[in-house]
Design a protein around this ligand. Structure first.
Ligand code: FES
Length: 174
């Protein structure tokens, strides 16, 4: 007998979070508040580090849209984390143009250096390693994004060492 799927309760957001949602919704006509879905999901991720099913449901209820429609947004864009990630999320582009120019090698080097496989997080919670789709900088391969914001180009092994060692050193001093 299969288990009954768990009902997902919508997350109850704080007043501060709801105020941030409201500022995004106010940018659109009243009958198009669903247009703020990406911004609201980004706010959730900034505050919580990832977007849980409960948060998706909470955003869906807030915007008056089906939870499945919100889930489709979360799963379409790989900037949204569907599970908790490390403090530094490293996305290495392995699409074909980058793969032809050492993108895959860069990912493998990071796997060895960090001692994890693609998709995993280091035991200290510092680094999560992921593949990414084309970042629009194919000529700069190997390329990667750090925390969905900082683009790093021409990532040779030396530059990967500098990046990882620099992030660890900064963390040690924090
Ligand atoms: S294929 Fe990697 S940036 Fe375009």
């Amino acid at each position: 007998m299969s288990a009954t799927p768990r009902a997902i309760e919508p997350m109850a957001f704080s007043e501060a979070t709801l105020a941030r949602f409201a500022r995004e919704v106010a940018k659109y006509p009243p009958d198009q508040k669903q247009s703020a879905v990406m911004a609201c999901l980004s706010i959730v991720q900034q505050e919580q580090g990832w977007v849980s099913p409960e948060a998706e449901k909470g955003v869906a209820d807030y915007l008056g849209m089906p939870a499945m429609a919100v889930h489709e947004v979360t799963t379409f864009y790989n900037m949204y984390n569907q599970r908790p990630v490390g403090k530094f999320k490293l996305n290495v582009c392995t699409n074909l143009p980058c793969t032809l120019r050492d993108g895959g090698k860069a990912l493998q080097y990071l796997e060895r250096k960090l001692g994890i496989h693609m998709g995993e997080t280091t035991p200290d919670g510092l680094f999560t390693l992921q593949q990414s789709e084309c970042l629009g900088a194919c000529a700069d391969s190997p390329v990667m994004l750090v925390n969905d914001r900082h683009m790093c180009s021409f990532m040779t092994q030396d530059k990967l060492d500098q990046l990882i060692d620099g992030l660890k050193a900064a963390e040690d001093q924090a």
